[in-house]
Ligand binder design. Structure first.
Ligand SMILES: Cc1cc2nc3c(=O)[nH]c(=O)nc-3n(C[C@H](O)[C@H](O)[C@H](O)COP(=O)(O)OP(=O)(O)OC[C@H]3O[C@@H](n4cnc5c(N)ncnc54)[C@H](O)[C@@H]3O)c2cc1C
Length: 241
């Protein structure tokens, strides 16, 4: 398949993997409009990272949160002596402007009367360059691929930050898709890749894709132990008709 990029460049590829997030453009091009798959949870979220040292009064190395009905502020240390913070609030009206100015206005309107470290956070939100602001929604799809186009991560399985573990699920999904490519390209050719939504026996710890199910227990364990799925697979995968 041929792809044309925003800068005008083109290329020919065996497959196109859309890893472009909850508002995926690849999904819109290949599988359908966002509205078909989006489930709004009725909340908005803003998030930013503070580069300077922690705010006074916060316990170090702890996730701290102030939660009230309909709104939550959370702050937690991340690598590099930085602080990550996010705000979640119930929507009082639908928004369609997600600019930094709209984000700051929403933060002031919704959280302006909160105490704790919130006033300082609101002040310091003015100094950050990357202010994330978005609707909180989940993406559920009946299928994650169309021909040679496949999706991974929030583009097809967004659980939202309310559920947590979205990044882990994204990596697990990409890992599973990569294994599917290895199994199926060796057995049948790239055109027959299946995208697995589940895990094989052993659960998430193993993360074996469905196409590995024909392997017997000993073969699966060798695959997992080897650390080299490709090598093991080539020797152990039973031929398919
Ligand atoms: C405030 C907040 C806090 C969170 N906290 C956690 C947490 O603690 N733990 C956790 O596991 N998950 C957390 N999540 C969820 C997690 O961030 C996501 O599930 C994860 O980032 C999804 O990864 P992804 O690669 O699918 O999408 P993204 O991380 O959204 O990456 C998509 C990438 O595609 C790029 N892109 C989009 N469109 C185009 C285009 N047309 N051309 C080129 N590039 C494009 C984007 O710039 C972006 O870099 C949080 C989410 C939010 C909003």
């Amino acid at each position: 398949m041929r792809a044309t990029f925003a800068d005008g460049g083109t290329g020919a590829f065996d497959a196109l993997i859309g890893a472009d997030g909850v508002h995926s453009a690849i999904r819109a091009l290949a599988l359908g409009k966002e509205a078909e798959f989006a489930r709004s949870l009725g909340y908005y979220t803003a998030a930013f990272v503070l580069d300077s040292p922690p705010l006074r009064g916060l316990p170090p190395d702890a996730f701290s949160t102030l939660t009230e009905p309909g709104r939550q502020v959370a702050i937690y240390p991340i690598r590099g002596d930085r602080l990550a913070t996010f705000f979640i609030h119930k929507a009082d009206r639908a928004l369609d402007d997600f600019s930094a100015e709209a984000a700051r206005a929403a933060l002031r309107r919704v959280y302006g009367d909160m105490n704790w470290v919130v006033p300082e956070l609101l002040d310091r939100s003015r100094e950050v360059a990357g202010l994330y602001f978005d609707v909180v929604e989940q993406i559920t799809m009946p299928r994650w691929s169309q021909g040679r186009v496949a999706l991974v991560g929030d583009a097809c399985q967004c659980v939202s930050l309310l559920a947590g573990q979205g990044a882990s699920m994204t990596m697990a999904g990409a890992y599973t898709l990569a294994l599917e490519c290895v199994f199926f390209s060796a057995a049948t050719g790239l055109g027959q890749i299946r995208v697995s939504r589940g895990h094989g026996p052993g659960g998430a710890r193993c993360r074996l894709p469905a196409s590995a199910l024909p392997l017997d227990r000993g073969q699966r364990q060798r695959v997992l132990r080897s650390g080299s799925v490709l090598t093991c697979f080539v020797y152990t995968y039973p031929a398919r008709a």
